[in-house]
Design a protein around this ligand. Structure first.
Ligand code: PEP
Ligand code: MG
Length: 318
């Protein structure tokens, strides 16, 4: 009785067919950074419009979540001439850069998205949200751009769902306030783990602290789900964790509505979801939330996995 949507992550339109063939119900994360990297001139509105439109056409009316530019951190675009930062992951990244220094880029991207939105079921998602006011600022900008497009007599989507990525502890802790301004959450566990555990996600010396199933991370996810229920919005997880079957019982048990992942993960995750009962997943999630550490939480999840989908559990232990 509980539906979990399985969607795909992509960073190039060409991957859309592979995802569709693998059974994705739509696109849960289109990383638009790749349109901006390794080039001297930024993509203009027409170029972006064509990319977004072709993605919507390729996905045949299935929902497509496009993330606005998440540049900064480890992804730097030469065309943007970033100022040097000592800690780029804690710097002007994602929506921060777009709102504070490069509103021109955000405006162009949003205009292209609004225009492409008439060709399918488009949703817009904001990366690196830290404050509820960031979402409100983008909403205001979208309203202004819609008026501008109407004056120019261009076609555009007048109703478009807006989501916040939950990637910072500040966003998770005030999920309730952010929920009031959005239509959905998408939890970016890659960054949520990095920022919650205070580790650079690319630093191998601290990989031992990279623990997606740590009870503090699960608590953040549970908090988002509670806030989403109260505000009648939906919650996705689009970080790497969503495509790893050892965590599927926990994410489903916490009440996440959508898991978005790479194409090859769709089969195993679907198999796990179909094999278990919701009450079993809920019990596992509850026990994992109360666990002392990540190892215990993972073991709780694996115990259920070994019983309901032993062939997937066997693959994991190889
Ligand atoms: C994440 O942080 O989990 C995420 C999906 O975004 P990215 O990996 O692109 O930072
Ligand atoms: Mg991220």
């Amino acid at each position: 009785g509980f539906v979990v949507q399985l969607a795909g992550n992509l960073d190039a339109v060409a991957q859309a067919k592979e995802l569709r063939d693998a059974g994705a119900c739509g696109i849960g994360l289109f990383r638009t950074e790749y349109l901006f990297l390794n080039r001297d001139i930024l993509p203009d509105e027409e170029e972006q419009f064509e990319v977004y439109r072709s993605l919507l056409v390729a996905t045949e009316n299935r929902p497509v979540v496009v993330r606005t530019l998440d540049i900064g951190g480890d992804k730097l675009a030469s065309a943007l001439h970033h100022g040097a930062e000592q800690n780029p992951f804690l710097g002007l990244r994602g929506i921060r850069l777009c709102l504070r220094e490069r509103r021109d880029i955000l405006r162009t991207q949003l205009r292209a998205l609004l225009r492409a939105g008439v060709y399918g079921s488009l949703r817009i998602m904001l990366p690196m949200v830290t404050l509820p006011s960031e979402v409100r600022e983008v909403r205001d900008m979208i309203r202004t751009l819609q008026q501008e497009l109407a004056r120019e007599k261009l076609e555009f989507a007048s109703v478009i769902p807006i989501g916040a990525m939950i990637e910072t502890p500040a966003a998770a802790l005030q999920a309730e306030k952010i929920a009031a301004s959005v239509n959905f959450f998408s939890i970016g566990t890659n960054d949520l783990v990095q920022y919650t555990m205070a580790i650079d996600r690319g630093n191998e010396r601290v990989t031992y602290l990279y623990q997606p199933a740590h009870p503090v991370i699960l608590e953040s996810i549970a908090r988002c789900v509670r806030a989403a229920r109260r505000h009648n919005i939906w919650v996705a997880v689009c970080g790497q964790m969503a495509g790893e079957p050892e965590y599927t019982p926990l994410l489903v048990g916490l009440g996440v509505h959508e898991l978005s992942m790479d194409a090859e993960a769709l089969g195993p995750v679907r198999r796990v979801i179909r094999a278990m009962h919701m009450h079993e997943a809920e019990e596992a999630a509850k026990a994992a939330l109360a666990a002392d550490n990540a190892e215990e939480a993972v073991e709780i999840s694996l115990r259920l996995l070994r019983r309901v989908a032993p062939e997937i559990a066997a693959l994991l232990s190889q």
